[in-house]
Design a protein around this ligand. Structure first.
Ligand code: PHE
Length: 385
């Protein structure tokens, strides 16, 4: 059995020899470890605080060393300690994981495993803190998300809360409850992407990708009794061929307010305020007659071109006005779907609006191609960080 010798020669060669003997002694003892009990005996023999071999080395080699050899011996003893601890840790791993294996499985494995574990442990101790670190680039909000949040924030300040709905909707929510009766030609204005294989279901249950966020109006009125003020952000789909101003996937923010005595003036005041918050207090708004089945009367909101101030330029096609969103007074037929939940069209009224997020972001930031939002090019995206 190995025991720690006293040293009287502290020359590098003598130290090398002493350390070499100790290392081969430990190698041998480790290779004899076959069980947890063996390992525990080994651990105590080498690492016990009182009189373990590591303690003895400290006392007999380092403390006893003459002054001029202390530095060298100290360094070697430190390295040796790390190695001994690593070796004993490796032996534990083997006692736990290796000894249960069959002889065949063991062949050749043991030495390689001991070596690998020892080296890994020693390398860990030698961590070089001067190496450059790993840089993790910070992400940033996507301009669509950023603009969505900005729109939501404007309405949140006016007391609106946020409502969401699914992107895969039924015909009932997307069309029927929004007063597009089955086969009504107004459905043709929303180039719809239908989910295949729905023919066996009644039409109102058939699935499609929602063409607008308006179905969330229905979901909100099912969930909450009036008064209600909600905005509903989200992704919508239309069967459009992509070009600089069209994308089959885009985003909208829907709005709905229902209460007693809500009038068209409330709608105008609310949207005029929102457009000024979004584009600056200089912009003026105007309301242009339009048609949606779910609002009556309906309007398109236009704002004065914030590029030329209304004089006429390429952005506004020389008209001085830019069309931004659809809106109107909630059609009594839509309210009537929710009569039992407090939405009696004789008693309450409301307005609704829907705006395209990409379009607003493009106008705000001067982006001339909607496709840029969806390419994921970091050079584009980082400009909004
Ligand atoms: N849903 C309409 C669209 O996508 C927009 C809209 C919403 C119009 C609410 C009026 C009221 O075109």
């Amino acid at each position: 059995m190995y025991s720690v010798p006293k040293l009287d020669d502290y020359s590098p060669a003598a130290l090398d020899r002493a350390i070499g003997n100790l290392r081969s002694a430990l190698e041998q003892e480790v290779s004899a470890v076959k069980s947890e009990a063996d390992h525990e005996a080994l651990r105590i023999r080498w690492r016990a605080r009182t009189n373990g071999i590591l303690t003895q080395i400290n006392d007999q080699w380092l403390k006893a060393a003459p002054k001029e050899a202390k530095r060298d011996v100290g360094q070697r003893v430190n390295e040796l300690k790390t190695w001994v601890e690593a070796k004993i840790e490796a032996a534990k791993y083997l006692a736990d994981h290796f000894e249960p294996l069959s002889d065949e499985e063991k062949a050749g494995f043991r030495e390689r495993a001991i070596q690998a574990i020892t080296e890994a442990r020693v390398a860990r101790e030698r961590l070089d803190i001067t190496l450059p670190g790993i840089r993790r680039p910070l992400g940033a909000e996507h301009p669509v998300v950023k603009t969505t949040n900005e729109i939501i924030g404007i309405f949140a300040k006016m007391g609106y809360s946020v409502e969401t709905g699914p992107e895969i909707e039924t015909d009932y929510y997307n069309f029927e409850s929004m007063n597009f009766p089955p086969n009504h030609p107004a459905r043709d204005t929303q180039d719809t992407i239908f989910i295949a294989g729905q023919e066996s279901k009644p039409q109102r249950d058939r699935l499609l990708l929602r063409t607008h966020t308006s179905p969330v109006q229905t979901r909100a009125m099912e969930k909450h009794r009036p008064p209600i003020r909600v905005v509903a952000p989200g992704k919508v789909h239309r069967s459009d061929t992509p070009d600089a101003s069209h994308s089959p996937i885009f985003h909208q923010v829907e709005g709905l307010a229902v209460d007693t005595n809500i009038t068209f003036s409330d709608l105008k005041g609310t949207l005029d305020h929102a457009m000024k918050e979004l584009f600056g207090s200089d912009v003026k708004t105007r309301f242009f007659p339009s048609f949606f089945p779910f609002t009556e009367p309906s309007a398109d909101v236009q704002v004065t071109c914030f590029k030329c101030g209304g004089k006429g330029c390429r952005l506004c096609k020389m008209s001085g006005w830019i069309e931004l969103l659809g809106c109107g007074m909630v059609n009594p037929k839509v309210l009537a779907f929710h009569k039992d939940n407090g939405y009696d069209p004789e008693k309450v009224s409301g307005f609704a609006f829907g705006m395209g997020v990409e379009r607003i972001a493009m106008l705000k930031y001067g982006i001339d191609d909607i496709q840029l939002f969806f390419h994921g090019d970091v050079r584009f995206l980082e400009q909004f960080a």
